[in-house]
Design a protein around this ligand. Sequence first.
Ligand SMILES: [Fe+2]
Ligand SMILES: [Fe+2]
Length: 304
Amino acid sequence: MLTHEYSYAACLQPAESKPWTVDDCFAGRDFDFTKRFLPERIAGVEPIGCLDDDDRRMLNQIRGNSYCHLFAFVEEYIVPMVIDHARADVYGDETRLWSLLRFAGEELKHQEMMRRAVDQFQAGFGVECGLIPGREQVAGAVLATSPLTALLLTSMIEWFTQLHYTEHVKDGGELDELFRDLLRFHWIDESRHARMDSLLIDEVADGLSADEREQAIDQLLELGGAVDGLLGDQVELDIDALQAATGRRFTEAERDEIRTHQRRAYRWTFLVSGLEHPNFVRIVEQLTTNGADKIAATAHALAA
Ligand SMILES: [Fe+2]
Ligand SMILES: [Fe+2]
């Protein structure tokens, strides 16, 4: 159904020949809190007029911490989802089975990496930064949708993860080195995961009617709405953390200004950059008749 040249064998080979560990990524390093962690395209702190340069750097770092948390958060459901797909043909193609078991194992490793980053951040930043709770409930909500919906969400996440690194972090020499490496190591695995998502989407979509494929897009956009609500909650926690870190007391107008810019930045990072990713759009175009228009309209509304 999808046109590509991906194969489980081609995804498995680099996973086996060049595996990496969480220790490889950290290499005994700590964050440098004099630097920014995220590129401006993701952090969106520059246009906030009520903040000075130090405040903007701190908000950027708070956003770096929540970026790690949210990845550990949204990837929670991927492990059981991939294991279920592996189990579905447990006596079949061994290359497929190995590839999917590696995929699940790598997502567990990413969660360990992101949680360690959050712990190390909290120890060094000096102020407790609130992070939204409820990752198991969110995982349950994603897994309660159709298998195609959950796979489409995964595909979207895995394409935007790569875009964040290759387009915005790879050449960001001014950013903290350890933080850049977190995204680089993540990208190494996600570049293979995104291809395996397409292979799984092919397997699942093959047995579905056109209506069922359209419904999967509707469900995906509903999940997107729920994610957007969670991002809004995280923005409020970030503003509280910034207040504690700077010792400032923001007026309602200042809080509003920060909120407006940060809502837009979070939406681009976790929703729009995926919904508009050309590879993801192409998948949706091939699966459905109306899906591409729906995701484009949603991305447009979120970017406003
Ligand atoms: Fe991951
Ligand atoms: Fe992944």
